[in-house]
Design a protein around this ligand. Structure first.
Ligand SMILES: [Zn+2]
Length: 434
């Protein structure tokens, strides 16, 4: 593999407190050198003037749909979509069919990712057998097979006693239980955020309390067991307050927020727009603001996409029948730069929440960094490039996004994985062989 010089970019690596103009040399899959005057060796050149050069993004929460729902996404298409979005490591949820509740299914995903994946795929294993919530999956076996955590995502672990046992295992294994926090009895039949708009649209609402009850329960069980609970896709101001309080008490609770819960509101559901149907639902401006504040205050540890691709027929139907989820990889960065451009979030903090911070949750200090010697996983983006979201041109099979037709400011222009240029758009000049 030929070396690549990334020339004259704005190099940002919050983990090293780095934000300066310079170049990076990538050799044999690793970061070999950083500085201003490059060494005299043979390399291809990628010109990064006017662009940000940062560690490859890490996503702790996505759905690749394989095995079982290959019409929605495959590991091949999902990882290509992720690469276009600037992600070089993604963690896939186990709600496939069959679900990833055995060593064999986890091994299958790892082998398939090795064969057809464009980037690093780290599987998450089920908490309970068949995601049924009745008895624990073989969590030790799953841990040995290499899962990075456990989740029944799509559903919460409903039974508190089962959650208690799962968190005890979490403590022994040193891996988090990632819970989709929604009290099922309050969600049943719900379509969108509970409130005036839901009433006006005649849709059954899902109250914020459905999430907050589960977050609160999980924090209490984490306190009791010493296990690590990670709260998936936080959507309400009340949940942010509960997590803030839990952290203050020293309880092992971490949390993530998605691009859509940070930037969009329930108003997107107007006109019965099924592409705005997501679980948990889009909430209000006030919730967006609390989540942003939580990100700044280290209450929300990371940003995760919850990339949830669906087939056309899953969304081109009645709102009540439509599937929940957004195809998120390719718009995540553009969406998240919104709060940066409006001054609500700094660029450095956004990058930290997508790189070094998720790497810390993975307990991997070679990921999410531009340190010399680390794997050459790099994202290059133009923070000012304006572009129109056209789902038809997504690499993802899932064209389901409420952002179709919208103009976003900021776009990934090149992605390098393991020292190899795996994606570049037509604005980047690259002198060398692809
Ligand atoms: Zn979920």
């Amino acid at each position: 593999m030929k070396s690549i010089l990334i020339k004259d970019g704005r190099i940002i690596d919050p983990g090293q407190g780095l934000d300066e103009r310079g170049s990076l040399l990538l050799s044999e899959g690793r970061i070999a050198w950083r500085g201003v005057t490059p060494p005299q060796t043979d390399y291809d050149i990628l010109y990064a003037e006017g662009m940000v050069v940062c560690p490859g993004f890490i996503d702790l929460h996505c759905h690749l749909r394989q095995p079982g729902s290959e019409e929605k996404e495959t590991i091949a298409t999902g990882t290509q979509a992720a690469a276009r979005g600037g992600f070089t490591t993604i963690c896939c949820m186990p709600n496939t069919s069959p679900p990833l509740d055995t060593r064999e299914t986890v091994e299958y995903v790892k082998a398939e990712a090795e064969k057809s994946g464009a980037i690093r795929v780290l599987p998450i294993g089920c908490v309970t057998r068949g995601r049924k919530g009745e008895e624990l999956a073989d969590m030790e076996g799953l841990a040995r097979a290499g899962v990075i955590g456990f989740s029944d995502d799509g559903s919460p672990v409903k039974d508190p006693e089962i959650m208690r046992q799962a968190l005890e295992k979490s403590r022994e294994l040193g891996l988090p239980v990632i819970d989709h926090c929604e009290e099922p009895s309050l969600v049943e039949g719900g379509q969108m955020n509970e409130g005036e708009l839901a009433q006006r649209l005649g849709l059954r609402g899902i109250p914020s309390a459905s999430e907050e009850i589960m977050v609160s329960r999980n924090i209490m069980l984490a306190r009791m067991t010493g296990g690590h609970v990670h709260i998936a896709h936080v959507s309400t101001a009340g949940a942010v307050a509960l997590i803030r309080d839990g952290k203050k008490q020293g309880i092992r609770v971490t949390a993530e927020a998605t691009p859509h819960h940070l930037t969009l509101t329930e108003e997107e559901c107007n006109g019965y727009n099924t592409n705005a149907k997501v679980s948990p639902p889009l909430r209000t401006r006030r919730d967006n603001q609390s989540l942003l504040r939580g990100l700044k205050d280290n209450v929300i540890d990371i940003i995760a996409t919850d990339h949830a691709p669906h087939a056309r027929s899953d969304k081109e139907c009645d709102f009540v029948k439509a599937a929940s989820g957004i195809s998120n990889f390719e718009t995540a960065l553009g969406s998240l730069l919104g709060p940066v451009h409006s001054g609500q979030l700094t660029l450095n903090m956004l990058i930290a929440r997508l790189t070094g911070d998720p790497a810390r949750l993975l307990k991997d200090d070679l990921l999410g960094t531009l340190k010399v010697g680390a794997p050459a996983d790099i994202t290059i983006f133009d923070p000012y490039k304006e572009w129109t979201v056209e789902p038809g041109s997504f690499a993802s099979k899932g064209k389901n996004t409420p952002l179709a037709g919208r103009v976003l400011k900021g776009k990934t222009t090149a992605t390098i994985y393991g020292g190899k240029l795996i994606y570049k758009d037509n604005t980047v000049t690259f002198i060398g062989e692809l």
